[in-house]
Design a protein around this ligand. Structure first.
Ligand code: ATR
Length: 280
């Protein structure tokens, strides 16, 4: 099977490692190639990949939206989210999917199933591309309320149309408001790039007033323990690391391409080692 990843910059990507593990699990031979291209070469690169009849590929920053005009079909969820991270080739037609949000929620559910019991309050920090997919998927779960906090409030408001649930109460707020009412949340999800290497000491809000036992989740996976997670841990929170979203979105993408089930939990410990060993 011929697979790959298109984006820029991607030379430190761990996706080739993950998909090699999945190929081994199902005893499949294949390649997972990195297509690191700048924007002015995107169209040419894509037509080359089409000619090569690549079986499928992932799409990452900055092309998750730009890829859409090149696709023949869009899965309904990817269409709603407005971004694609996985492309599947069938009969030389390209179909776009988004496994980021579902990958994230699957990982969270695996670790903390009790969060999905129906009466929990969620705080979502950030309203960028990553947040859109996560919010869209969160809205399909039985939460009581989801508050979206963002530096730019208008961008948080733009997420509201992604909520198709009649049950969940969704509101938007500033980081200041969120910090003040932090103790009411059962789950806090950090979706911005704040805290990512090399700015490891920054965090969007303080975790000072979190409820004991709250789950705090950060999608940043470099460093492995972000400043926000460290802060939350010291306040008695349970934490959920960012590498899990990466692993589970890859699992769902691979299952789309191969039509076979693979096991992400089995490779998680080795994957954490890979993350810790990456040199930037
Ligand atoms: P992505 O597609 O990777 O999510 P994005 O669409 O640029 O990237 O969104 C980045 C998110 O991080 C947004 O919520 C952004 O806040 P704004 O909408 O106000 O721009 C947030 N973000 C990025 N840098 C930030 C910073 N220094 N402080 C606070 N929020 C930041």
């Amino acid at each position: 099977m011929k697979l790959g990843l298109i984006g820029y910059p991607i030379q430190h990507s761990l996706s080739p490692w993950i998909h090699k593990q999945f190929m081994q699990q199902i005893e499949m031979t294949g390649t997972y190639q990195l297509y690191e291209v700048e924007q002015n070469q995107l169209a040419e690169q894509l037509s080359q990949m089409k000619a090569e009849r690549i079986n499928g590929f992932n799409v990452t920053v900055p092309y998750k939206q730009m890829i859409i005009p090149y696709l023949d079909e869009l899965d309904v969820h990817a269409e709603q989210i407005g971004a694609v991270n996985t492309v599947l080739q069938r009969d030389n037609r390209w179909i776009g999917y988004n496994t980021d949000g579902l990958g994230y929620i699957t990982a969270l559910k695996t670790k903390y199933p009790e969060l999905f019991s129906g009466d929990k309050r969620v705080l979502l920090l950030g309203a960028g591309g990553a947040s859109r997919g996560i919010f869209y998927t969160l809205c399909q779960e039985p939460f009581e309320a989801i508050d979206i906090a963002n530096r730019t409030l208008d961008r948080a408001d733009e997420l509201l149309i992604l909520n198709h649930s009649n049950q969940i109460k969704v509101t938007t707020c500033t980081y200041e408001d969120a910090e003040k009412s932090l103790s009411q949340y059962d789950l806090i999800i950090q979706t911005t790039s704040v805290g990512m290497k090399p700015n490891v000491n920054s965090q969007v809000i303080s975790m000072n007033n979190v409820k004991r036992g709250v789950v705090v989740s950060d999608i940043v996976y470099q460093p492995f323990l972000t400043s926000l997670l460290d802060d939350a841990k010291q306040q008695g929170a349970r934490i959920h690391h960012g590498h899990e979203m990466l692993l589970y979105q890859a699992k769902l993408a691979f299952q789309l391409w191969s039509g076979k089930q693979v096991n992400a939990e089995k490779i998680e410990v080795a994957f954490m080692e890979q993350i810790k060993n990456v040199r930037n």
